[in-house]
Design a protein around this ligand. Structure first.
Ligand SMILES: Cc1cc2nc3c(=O)[nH]c(=O)nc-3n(C[C@H](O)[C@H](O)[C@H](O)COP(=O)(O)OP(=O)(O)OC[C@H]3O[C@@H](n4cnc5c(N)ncnc54)[C@H](O)[C@@H]3O)c2cc1C
Length: 531
């Protein structure tokens, strides 16, 4: 993202603009869209339509997401802009005025509407600390109503008690509905739209293979995936097969082009019963499970959930190692291929995300947040609720037993035995026989000479000694794991961790694996094998 090429965009609509529009027409309810970019099964749209016969759908471009503070790559922003144009069409298709675009601090913009007599409704969502503060202020200062309806549990002291049953009954409920014929959809021409924002902030994506955003493309993907769902279980793990074999719905779910419930209903009604269907449905639950975690504690984005792991690896921060990982120059071909693929396309399958996070934290032993932020920047589906919670889980910052560590060489042998993925993204290894792609540094010099690959010159040696780093990590992590498990007995830590079994599960981990003295005695059993 570049810097604005012109004068920065003004905060719009101006106070007078809102007042003028309101003087000639009665007021009503503003629907403040954020990451729920659809008009169907949308609790905020339904609530607004139930309260008033006049609604004004609004999206506010927040400069914090666009200027140097922004955490999204240009490709994710362009995907968002596609979704907005599509939302604008959704409103026009039901006879409305389309989406009103605004620019500025959302609270300043909303205040102008509230001062002119409008009410405001938004869909409640799980966010990090910035979003939570913004929403609290919107509620307290402006009376914004947040309509819940995303299946997450908000009204319980212990959200995890009976959680699955509650999500299941939410999934079975009828979608939120409204009748466009009974509501006038109003709009204000503010002079702001996605094109103007793109030009003003110099948004220009260089990524390739990025899907088009919006509900139309999302529905098409959902229909096509449902047809081939029987092949899903066999397509998940390999980075080659997963590209077309998983649903590809993550960016659409992230921006709410479809609700999780709509996806569930479509698959439930139309897909044949079988392993593919049940595995996919369980992933929709995972989506809700990780999002519930962020709702339960907004700190997942900033600090290790288990205080014992705060600052772990910080003393080893090595910017050169971090740069090698980010740029795909670690000397571990599966990591390098994945990291280059992430940077160029903004997507990786689950296993490769987990592998890259594991190698970053467990082998390169670098501070987790820098890695998680890098993923968040480049993923088109970058979702704070899933990315940061998954990072902390994969790194082992929760304190649960059974940490999984991925072996990047085994992943080549298991998931890419012909080297299709590795050589696509690391073309300098293309001449090497596939049998050497798991550990190119072990290729006999005669073979290297013969094919014209020189490890150390054309492709790096591994940036760390894998075996030594792995055992060093085991020792360091094992030494504090007992203390970390013991902290799960602390109710405030257990609440933050938001385990699927609730506080009871956290207490049993503490009882079975905790070692409050922290001498590591009980901890080695907590470490899973390298996979
Ligand atoms: C370190 C790490 C970071 C991740 N960051 C994100 C992220 O920012 N955004 C994101 O949507 N997913 C994230 N995931 C989860 C998963 O990798 C992606 O959801 C999946 O690869 C997206 O492709 P798909 O839609 O084709 O998946 P499918 O296999 O078709 O799954 C369908 C949907 O189920 C949900 N889902 C699938 N797997 C998971 C999971 N493990 N946890 C939670 N929900 C899941 C997603 O909403 C996904 O779109 C991350 C995983 C890891 C290990």
């Amino acid at each position: 993202m570049g810097s604005p090429d012109d004068a920065p965009l003004p905060t719009a609509p101006e106070r007078e603009g809102v007042r003028d529009a309101t003087e000639t027409e009665p007021t009503g309810i503003v629907v403040w869209h954020r990451k729920d970019l659809r008009i169907a099964d949308n609790p905020a749209v339904a609530a607004a339509a139930a309260q008033s016969d006049r609604v004004l759908p609004l999206f506010v471009f927040d400069p914090g997401f666009y200027d140097e503070r922004g955490a999204a790559c240009d490709a994710r922003i362009e995907f968002l802009h596609d979704c907005l144009r599509d939302l604008d069409r959704q409103y026009r298709d039901v006879g409305g005025a389309g989406l009103t675009y605004a620019h500025g601090d959302p609270l300043d913009v909303l205040r102008r509407f509230v001062d002119a007599g409008w009410g405001v409704v938004a869909a409640a969502s799980a966010t990090g600390r910035y979003g939570r503060r913004r929403d609290e202020r919107a509620r307290d200062e402006l009376g914004v109503e947040f309509a819940a309806g995303d299946g997450l549990v908000r009204d319980a002291d212990r959200p995890r008690d009976g959680w699955s049953d509650r999500v299941e009954s939410w999934l079975a409920e009828e979608p939120y509905d409204w009748d466009p014929r009974s509501v006038a959809v109003a709009g204000i021409d503010t002079g702001i739209d996605p094109e103007r924002v793109r030009d003003a902030y110099g948004i220009d994506s260089t990524k390739t293979r990025v899907p088009t955003g919006g509900r139309g493309p999302a529905r098409k993907k959902l229909r096509a995936f449902t047809e081939r769902i029987a092949d899903y279980p066999g397509s998940i793990s390999s980075p080659v097969d997963a590209r077309e074999g998983t649903s590809g719905l993550s960016p659409y779910l992230r921006f709410g082009c479809l609700s999780v419930r709509e996806v569930h209903r479509h698959v439930d009604e139309r897909a044949p019963d079988g392993r593919g269907k049940s595995m996919f449905v369980s992933r929709l639950f995972w989506n809700r499970h990780y999002t519930q975690k962020l709702l339960d504690w907004p700190g997942w984005l900033d600090e290790a959930v288990n205080p014992v792991y705060r600052g772990f690896n910080r003393d080893r921060h090595d910017p050169d190692l971090v740069a090698a990982w980010k740029e795909g120059r670690t000397g571990f071909p599966m990591v390098d291929a994945s990291m280059r693929c992430l940077r160029e396309t903004g997507w990786l399958n689950f296993r490769m995300r987990a592998l890259c996070a594991s190698v970053y934290f467990h082998v390169l032993q670098q501070p987790w947040r820098i890695g998680a932020d890098h993923f968040y920047r480049h993923l088109i589906d970058g979702d704070p609720a899933i990315n940061y919670t998954q990072w902390q889980s994969q790194c082992g910052l929760v304190g649960r037993p059974g940490l999984r560590l991925y072996d990047p060489r085994k992943q080549v042998r298991d998931q890419d035995p012909d080297g299709e993925f590795v050589t696509r993204w690391v073309p300098e290894l293309d001449p090497l026989p596939a049998a050497h792609l798991d550990a190119p540094e072990k290729t006999p010099l005669s073979v290297q000479r013969e094919v014209g690959v020189e490890i150390g010159e054309t492709y790096p040696y591994p940036v760390v000694d894998y075996e030594a780093a792995r055992s060093e990590f085991r020792d360091r992590y094992g030494a504090v794991h007992g203390a970390a498990a013991a902290r799960l007995a602390d109710e405030s830590v257990a609440r933050r961790a938001s385990l699927s079994g609730g506080l009871g599960a956290a207490r049993s981990i503490a009882a079975d694996h905790g070692d409050a003295d922290g001498d590591g005695g009980a901890t080695q059993t907590g470490l899973g094998d390298f996979d």
